[in-house]
Write a protein of this length. Structure first.
Length: 281
């Protein structure tokens, strides 16, 4: 098993793609965390791994198959959850286990499989060519544009479904839209941190920012800053010490979270975060 570290030649591409992915993950992840779906990104990633394995098994470019598998399975299970009143954490567990199990079986059935292909999707890759960068930037721009034009409806349905329904907001459609966006975000993010660590970019920057953000917008801006800082720092640490890029990004994000807890508990910052305000209300 080999883990890729950032090389001097790959730094520009890694930075461009990494910053774009960080912005999207933090934005989408904030809605997931506020909906208590923190591990949903992880479940989507493992479901996508089943799609990746299926693509490699039939000899077709795996990422778009992974995207379709992740979104369709998530939408299907969400519909089942609504109909049969199954808890959200159970749906996450089903997605995670089923995707991983299917992926393992398909990998074992695939002849002349290059194990490096699997490692890229599991742990991320620093090799990002121009075509992939264009795809990442385009998809990131589309996702951020959708969030910009729908964030009020998404936010309202996140904090109060009943009031949102009474106001005429299509809560179910907003939920499906968020799932679809999260699925696409997972696919483009696999390039940076891989399947196994992808939930870190969804959760850690947002939990850190929620300690300080006084409003939703402020929390999202802080989350984006934390995510970009973790990604850029992780890339340069990977280059400097010749260690795995994905692990560096995640550990820096974790360090930011721990530092945020220390600063918050010390009383140096006395502002109430968005979670504390929501609880008081």
């Amino acid at each position: 098993m080999t883990f890729e570290s950032v090389t001097y030649e790959s730094i520009p591409h890694a930075l461009i793609s990494g910053i774009a992915i960080s912005l999207v993950c933090s934005a989408v992840g904030l809605f997931l965390v506020l909906r208590r779906f923190s591990l949903f990104g992880d479940a989507l990633a493992h479901s996508a791994f089943g799609g990746v394995a299926f693509g490699l098994f039939i000899g077709i470019y795996p990422l778009w198959i992974a995207c379709a598998v992740a979104i369709l399975s998530a939408l299907g299970l969400t519909k089942i959850r609504q109909k049969f009143d199954i808890s959200s954490d159970a749906i996450v567990a089903i997605l995670l286990a089923t995707g991983l199990g299917a992926g393992i079986i398909l990998v074992s059935l695939t002849d002349d499989l290059d194990i490096h292909d699997i490692e890229e999707f599991l742990f991320g890759s620093v090799i990002v060519d121009t075509q992939n960068i264009v795809t990442i930037l385009a998809m990131s721009g589309i996702i951020l544009a959708i969030l910009f034009f729908t964030y009020k409806k998404l936010l309202y349905s996140t904090f109060s479904e009943e009031q949102a329904k009474a106001s005429g907001i299509p809560v179910d459609k907003m939920g499906y839209l968020l799932i679809a966006i999260a699925g696409v975000t997972v696919i483009i993010s696999m390039q940076l941190v891989g399947v196994l660590l992808i939930s870190a970019l969804f959760v850690l920057p947002n939990v850190s920012s929620m300690l300080y953000g006084r409003s939703f917008k402020q929390t999202m801006i802080l989350s984006m800053c934390f995510a970009v800082s973790a990604t850029v720092s992780g890339i340069f640490i990977s280059y400097q010490f010749d260690i795995a890029q994905s692990g560096c990004v995640v550990l820096v994000a974790a360090a930011i979270f721990i530092g945020s807890l220390i600063v918050k508990s010390s009383g140096l910052v006395k502002t109430a975060g968005i979670v504390a305000k929501a609880r008081r209300n």
